[in-house]
Design a protein around this ligand. Structure first.
Ligand code: BEZ
Length: 213
């Protein structure tokens, strides 16, 4: 078993996918990335999740995020199941799905939780930044479909931190005030946050979301 933690470099791998052979790091290039597993092809929750990812293509692209799915099913199975996803979810699947037949990538990313399912990946999801660092990890059980609005929200938060040195408070949503990172010095504040800021406590300073007008 391999343990992956926030801040680690995302392990590289070569994969067979529905869009051909992929060297993961090369495929990511300078983009942010999402690598997510689903338990099995031809299952209802997974069908809705992969359909939803296809529907969110523009949202991911706008944020410079490439998305790739994975399960331990075969390439033939993925290619045939995609027809069902397209038909039932009214989409065209527009991202690669890895066929991890030998479970090598699932094991590399600790996606098989044997006390949950001995032989299938759980719903693991990793957000990876352009320097290939793991920035967010979530794990859901097979029976709970993920909320891709929440995934988009976490990307927005991560990118605000990365590019604007703010954090986001509980239940933050796009447009709400952000929190100035504790690493920002008083000297830097005026220049970095021209929209102004409110000091609630010495350690707790709010500012309007920097990347919107
Ligand atoms: C599903 O995707 O619907 C599913 C997969 C495995 C177990 C339970 C549900």
């Amino acid at each position: 078993m391999n343990t992956i933690r926030l801040g680690d470099e995302a392990p590289n791998f070569i994969a067979v996918s529905t869009e051909g052979k992929i060297n993961f790091h090369k495929w990511l290039g300078d983009s942010w990335g999402i690598l997510f597993s689903h338990p099995a092809d031809y299952t209802p929750v997974c069908t809705t999740e992969l359909g939803m990812v296809a529907k969110y293509k523009d949202e991911f692209e706008r944020r410079n995020v490439k998305v790739i799915g994975l399960s331990i099913d075969s390439l033939e199975s993925h290619l045939d199941w995609i027809k069902d996803i397209n038909e039932t979810q009214n989409v065209t699947v527009n991202f690669p799905i890895i066929a991890d037949n030998d479970k090598s990538i699932s094991e590399l990313y600790d996606m098989i939780h044997i006390n949950e399912h001995i032989n299938n990946t759980v719903r693991s999801l990793f957000i990876i930044d352009p320097s290939k660092k793991i920035r967010l990890i979530i794990t859901y059980p097979a029976s709970t479909g993920r909320n891709f609005d929440e995934i988009i929200r976490t990307i927005d938060s991560l990118q605000l931190t990365e590019y604007h040195r703010v954090a986001t408070p509980a239940n933050w949503k796009n447009g709400d005030d952000c929190l100035i990172m504790p690493s920002v010095t008083n000297k830097e504040i005026e220049e970095l946050f021209p929209k102004g800021h409110t000091t609630i406590k010495k350690y707790f300073k709010k500012t309007p979301q920097p990347n919107i007008s």
